[in-house]
Design a protein around this ligand. Structure first.
Ligand SMILES: Cc1cc2nc3c(=O)[nH]c(=O)nc-3n(C[C@H](O)[C@H](O)[C@H](O)COP(=O)(O)OP(=O)(O)OC[C@H]3O[C@@H](n4cnc5c(N)ncnc54)[C@H](O)[C@@H]3O)c2cc1C
Length: 537
């Protein structure tokens, strides 16, 4: 007899919706969350400037038309505190709090084939058994801090953006070093530069950033999208990236240069990254087509940054636009015109060490009062590997994925029965509007569990052959595009020694959903359903 039907790990967008969806299907559920609050990404990443770069009307749950109508987003791109308030509202509205246990980290999950249950252990020394485990641990929740010699000798404070002190940090009058110039670094830098005596931005890789053109929602605008929200959500479900993007339907390389320039300029003025990737049909497939976007963006950097040497350093040159997460900021490039901001090139002169009073590169020493790491995460596999997950025969997930992660449809791994992964490797996950992908995954998992229970099955497990075929398809599609062509966290390049693997399904959230639905309609094709029944206490 199992204690619970389902253990959910994590209480971010995934965990919160999983608790609601699974409980609504009549299942007993408990979510364990390591943090002392719900919200996941939006609980931990409370650094100044933290903001979503998918519009609020897209980056929100679609499962409840009532929720959709009653909640009002104040801005086009919501900031972290507002998203966190939204998630608290959802947890309260749907009565989820009693089913979420905070301050509890799951340390191990071990499959027991006899009773067909998982034993889930937590860092408070307790354990529970459950028929199913849903890993809602997030792709970006396990921090990456570079191993810089001497960091422990630094006399000032240092921070990782994903563990920002809740009470905030006062950089007034301080000399601050920022390491990391991806999405987060680009968001936090202008906020620090606004108050610090001096900000040194240590840049290894220049990234593309497009403007947000963030602004408050006008009432009329909000009314309009709320009137047709259902239709709009339906378009999003059928789209490529999980957001309806109007493309021109043409190839960039078959479009006259002046017309192309005009299209890019319109998108630049409107703001947002996805409209660039979807502007022309060949942008993410043909390097020369992508170069037209890249050159347009480099020109915008050159016209914004007054010092031409700094501008050139800020121009990304070695990877296609979109192959690294396309950053968004309204003021990052202009910030380099401030006298209290210095760009330091650590590609040509790498960071060597931290000393009590600052940081030393191969070329220079920088006196610092504080260091900020915006160095991201051990993405996708990191949070799963942090748990001792053992499937059939006691095999560890770490071992099963030693040469790269593999999961059928991105939701289930062969050898790990009754364990579901939300936005796992092999799903559109990190390359989509994640809330939309999370909802789709959770609903598919709920329906699968309901099917098992209704059909007298105790177990469901991905077939190794179906998993291999799926991962081959994922790889084939990925390598027909430009997405894998950068040393990014998408391929694990930010973590020394991590096997290089590009695992997001880039065939589009619409076609992915169709495939998942077809698998379910065919009686969970590619999965083995095991007979028996497991009762819960
Ligand atoms: C700064 C930042 C900005 C982002 N912006 C966007 C955006 O604009 N658009 C977009 O689509 N996506 C964005 N993302 C991705 C974002 O992570 C997802 O959109 C979404 O919030 C993921 O929700 P989740 O619940 O799956 O994971 P998370 O929000 O990461 O939540 C996972 C939770 O699981 C908990 N957890 C992990 N391991 C354990 C364990 N062993 N035991 C107990 N609890 C555990 C963690 O503490 C965490 O709270 C952003 C991510 C970051 C970091």
């Amino acid at each position: 007899m199992a204690d619970l039907d389902v253990v959910v790990v994590g209480a971010g967008f995934t965990g919160i919706y999983a608790v609601h969806a699974l409980r609504s299907a009549g299942l007993t559920v408990r979510a364990f969350e390591a943090g002392d609050g719900i919200g996941g990404t939006w609980f931990w990443n409370c650094y100044p400037g933290a903001r979503c770069d998918v519009e609020s009307k897209d980056y929100s749950y679609a499962f409840s038309p009532e929720l959709e109508q009653e909640w009002s987003w104040s801005e086009r791109y919501p900031a972290q505190p507002e998203i966190l308030r939204y998630l608290h509202h959802v947890a309260g509205k749907f009565g989820l709090w009693p089913h979420i246990q905070l301050n509890t980290r799951v340390t191990a999950a071990v499959w027991d084939a006899g009773p067909s249950t998982w034993t889930v252990s937590t860092d408070d020394g307790a354990s529970v058994t459950a028929r199913f485990v849903v890993m809602g641990v997030g792709n970006l929740s396990e921090l990456a801090v570079p191993d810089i010699p001497g960091l422990d000798t630094f006399e000032g404070p240092w921070y990782h953006t994903s563990r920002w002190p809740k009470e905030g940090v006062d950089f007034n009058g301080k000399r601050v070093g920022l390491i990391g110039t991806g999405s987060t670094g680009i968001q936090v830098a202008p906020e620090i530069a606004a108050v610090a005596e001096h900000l040194y931005v240590f840049q290894r890789t220049a990234n593309f950033a497009v403007p947000n053109r963030n602004r408050p929602w006008e009432d009329a605008e909000e009314r309009t999208f709320k009137e047709s929200y259902r239709d709009y959500r339906e378009q999003a479900r059928k789209s490529i990236l999980g957001v309806p993007v109007a493309g021109t339907g043409k190839a960039a390389l078959e479009t006259p240069a002046d017309e192309r320039e005009q299209v890019y300029m319109e998108r630049w003025k409107a703001g947002g990254g996805m409209p660039f990737l979807g502007a022309y049909t060949d942008v993410m497939f043909v390097r020369e087509a992508n170069d037209t976007v890249a050159e347009f963006m480099r020109d915008r950097i050159r016209e914004t940054v007054a010092d031409s040497e700094v501008a050139e350093l800020l121009c990304p040159k070695n990877f296609p636009v979109g192959a690294k997460r396309l950053c968004q900021s309204d003021d990052y490039y202009a910030m380099f015109n401030q006298p209290n901001v210095t760009l330091v090139d650590i590609r040509s002169a790498p960071v060597e060490s931290v000393y009590p009073g600052g940081l030393k590169t191969a070329a220079n020493s920088y006196e610092l009062d504080a260091i900020v790491f915006a160095t991201g995460f051990d993405a996708i596999t990191g949070p799963l590997f942090a748990i001792d997950i053992r499937g059939t025969g006691g095999v560890a997930l770490r071992e099963a994925w030693a040469r790269g992660p593999r999961a059928y449809l991105g939701v289930a791994a062969a050898g790990f029965p009754n364990m579901f992964i939300v936005t796992g490797p092999g799903s559109p996950g990190v390359l989509s509007n994640m809330v939309l992908s999370i909802e789709q995954h959770v609903e598919w998992i709920r329906d699968c569990i309901t099917h098992l229970t209704g059909g007298g099955y105790a177990t469901v497990e991905a077939d190794p052959a179906a998993q291999e075929t799926w991962m081959e398809l994922v790889t084939e599609i990925a390598y027909s595009t430009l997405f894998p062509m950068a040393d990014s966290w998408y391929v694990g390049a930010n973590i020394p020694g991590k096997p290089r693997a590009f695992t997001p399904y880039v065939g589009g959230v619409g076609s992915y959903r169709e495939r998942c639905d077809a698998v379910a309609a065919a009686g969970y094709e590619g999965f083995t359903l095991g007979p028996g029944s497991v009762s819960t206490a």
